[in-house]
Design a protein. Structure first.
Length: 541
């Protein structure tokens, strides 16, 4: 079983059901499968060796999903690209993975010369519209032309005829993955702490095993639908895509999260059963929309991942949705991505916990030697299971630092409680060394968020001639509220040790974020990165 079979499974069980909604556009499972098969046949005709990386630079859309699955059916490796990156970083990714095919949305065509540069590996370009480029050696095709050429030769029934032999539904469990090959399926590039993209290689087995496990604990069915505000190139967004298509569910795409009230209206109109977001998504919705009072009786569950959510914010979400299932989850791109989840019925008693391992995954909290530490003691989260990545593309040294003896070293520090529930303490790289003290940025952020006037906060360490590092809090206040740096420090002093009180407080209108919604702390530490990010955003708008 490979990833294209997930789409075939969804199409076999729900052929005429709507698979994707994007604005006024909709596509059924039948048409989604046929469209993807058409593109895959074109890709198979290209003079490119099997298993070649193919880059996709598209925002969330029906076309993205068509192209994504077509790459798998043609026997190649998908490379989803972050549409918020500057052209030079996108060019680095193209060159690093050696992409022979670039699938690019026409809205980005003005960057094509910067993306290709002088020595690009790209030989073929596919777009939704025509693109004019100077490189005569690069062949260009458009999706309409591809569909016209192959659209009359494909029979739907023939495509799904073997699906029961490939993967009978009753065998789709995390315990039986023998039919899933461990060959590369996708490369997801992550920025890492230095900002240099790292290509995380994930196999069909990695992604399918994690998809099945996630479906299992979320209790997803073909009747579920989810609002998609997270980009598909982001592993969390990719998980929404795979889980819902596997079950024959429905995905409602809305790329307008800058207008949270509009997203809320889409949720109401489309009667979605699920909402998934990172912490900042929840904080923005709670602070800048009618998220808590909208007519969301159809909503069954909410999921949160993509970084720790402060207990104060979790309590606000619980108060806003007392009758909904709220799943707090933890994961990494390197784990395909889901590692643990907190069962909703235990949320009230275990606020702040990231829960228990997802089905089929083993978690240890280990010391520097890899030995497990007892409950209550802090160690690094290490993970084993079918979800663990194959490695980093072209980065064997980085890979050797995180993959050791069959275990993924996550870089996250945590502890077990006496009941077997996991609590994150901090990321190794988010420990601020103040004088002789090690301080968790997460602990300070959680305290500042308890201030009634604060909407968002990010805590970072900055160079200090005396302390080595000093603590800085970057704060966004709620609309119409005012506060001083002294107010924030006094609030911290009431609950934190003296050395944990921020030396610096900066008030801003908004925090810089990646398109996934995660706070971009690199941009906070280095103002030039922040200004470049804004300039690039202005260019794309």
């Amino acid at each position: 079983m490979k990833l294209f079979d997930l789409l075939k499974r969804g199409a076999a069980t729900s052929p005429d059901k709507t698979a994707l909604v994007h604005g006024k556009r909709k596509i059924s499972y039948r048409d989604l499968l046929l469209s993807s098969e058409r593109v895959s046949r074109y890709l198979s005709e290209l003079a490119i060796p099997p298993g070649s990386p193919m880059a996709i630079l598209y925002e969330n859309s029906i076309e993205y999903v068509v192209l994504f699955f077509a790459v798998f059916q043609a026997g190649h490796i998908a490379v989803p690209m972050d549409t918020s990156l500057r052209p030079e970083k996108l060019r680095f990714i193209l060159n690093d993975c050696g992409a022979r095919v670039l699938m690019i949305q026409a809205r980005y065509k003005r960057f094509i010369s910067e993306l290709l540069g002088d020595n690009s590996p790209v030989e073929f370009i596919i777009s939704d519209k025509g693109i004019d480029i100077k490189q005569p050696a690069v062949r260009i095709e458009t999706l309409p032309d591809i569909f016209d050429r192959t659209g009359h030769t494909i029979e739907f029934d023939n495509l799904i005829a073997d699906i029961n032999e490939v993967a009978p539904f009753e065998r789709l469990t995390h315990e039986n993955m023998t039919g899933c090959p461990n060959e590369p399926a996708a490369i997801f590039y992550t920025s890492g702490s230095t900002g240099t993209p790292k290509g995380v290689m994930l196999s069909h087995r990695n992604l399918i095993s994690n998809t099945i496990a996630t479906v299992e604990y979320l209790h997803l069915t073909r009747d579920d639908s989810v609002i998609v505000i997270l980009p598909f190139y982001y592993i969390y967004g990719n998980s929404l895509l795979l889980t819902h298509l596997l079950m024959g569910g429905r995905l409602v795409i809305d790329n307008r999260f800058a207008l949270p009230q509009v997203v809320l209206e889409t949720m109401i109109k489309e009667r979605v059963t699920g909402f998934s977001g990172v912490p900042s998504n929840f904080m923005i919705l709670l602070g800048n929309s009618n998220f808590t009072s909208g007519k969301l009786e159809h909503l069954r569950y909410l999921t949160q991942a993509g970084g720790s959510m402060a207990p104060e914010v979790i309590r606000k979400v619980m108060a806003a949705f007392p009758d909904k299932e709220i799943f707090i989850m933890y994961g990494q791109t390197e784990a395909s991505p889901r590692i643990s989840y907190l069962p909703p019925e235990l949320l009230k008693d275990k606020v702040g916990s990231i829960g228990i391992p997802v089905p089929g995954i083993e978690i240890k909290v280990a010391d520097e030697n890899g030995d497990e530490v007892p409950p209550g003691e802090v160690g690094e989260i290490i993970v084993s299971g079918d979800c663990v990545m194959l490695g980093y593309w072209n980065q064997p040294e980085e890979q050797g630092q995180v993959l050791k003896n069959g275990w993924l070293y996550t870089g996250d520090l945590a502890r077990w409680d006496n009941d077997g529930f996991l609590f994150i303490v901090s990321r190794k790289k988010e420990i601020i060394k103040v004088g002789g003290n090690r301080v968790s940025a997460k602990e300070i952020e959680e305290r500042i968020l308890e201030h009634r006037k604060v909407l968002e906060v990010a805590v970072i360490g900055i160079e200090d001639n005396v302390l080595g590092e000093a603590i800085k809090g970057v704060v966004v206040l709620r609309k119409g509220q005012t506060a001083s740096a002294g107010d924030i420090r006094n609030h911290c002093r009431a609950a934190l040790a003296h050395h944990k009180v921020p030396k610096y407080i900066e008030f801003v209108d908004s925090l810089p974020k990646h398109q996934s919604g995660k706070v971009n702390k690199l941009a906070l530490r280095y103002p030039r990165v922040r200004s470049l990010s804004r300039a690039h955003s202005d260019r794309l708008s």
